[in-house]
Design a protein around this ligand. Sequence first.
Ligand SMILES: Cc1cc2nc3c(=O)[nH]c(=O)nc-3n(C[C@H](O)[C@H](O)[C@H](O)COP(=O)(O)O)c2cc1C
Length: 147
Amino acid sequence: MERPLFIPVILDDAGEQMKDPKFSATIERCDGLIIVTPEYNHSFPGLLKHALDMNLKEYIHKAVGICGVSAGAFGGARVIETLLPVMRELGLVTIFEDVNFARIGTLFDERGKLLDENFVRRVDMFLNELIWMSRVLRHGRDNITPV
Ligand SMILES: Cc1cc2nc3c(=O)[nH]c(=O)nc-3n(C[C@H](O)[C@H](O)[C@H](O)COP(=O)(O)O)c2cc1C
C-alpha cells in the first residue's frame, strides 16, 4: 500500500473565531488570572495557547500570575519564560512572583496531600502579589482614562 507523503492536520479555526461564551464571560468578570501549566518540551502546551487565543479585549490591563509544573528539577521555569511574551501581547500584566512545582511526581501523596510545606508560604506570597496587582489595575481601569 502506498504511504501518504504528509498527514494533513485540520483545525476548524483559531483565535477569537473560536470564542467560548462561558470562558469569555469568566475572563471578562475577573480582575486577575492564575495560569497553572505543565512544561511540554521546554514550552507551553499547544492547547493552552489555543485556549488563551480565544479572547483578547477581555484580558487587557488585568493581572496574571503563572505557576509552572514539571517532571524535572526546574519547576516549569522554562514554560513560564516562554509564556511571558504571549502574556504581554494579550494585554495582561505579569506579576514578579511565580510558583515552581518541580518533580511533580513526588510532590503529593496518592491521596493528593501536599508533601512539602514550603509551598504554603510560596503560594501565599504569590497570591498576595497577584491580589495587590489586580486591585491596582482594577483601580486604573475604573478611574484613569487612557490617554
Ligand atoms: C509532551 C510532554 C513534554 C514534556 N516536557 C517536559 C519538559 O520539557 N520538562 C519537564 O520537566 N517535564 C516535561 N514533561 C513532564 C510534564 O511537565 C509533567 O509530567 C506534567 O506534570 C504533566 O502534566 P499533564 O499530566 O497535565 O500533562 C513533559 C510531559 C509531556 C507529556
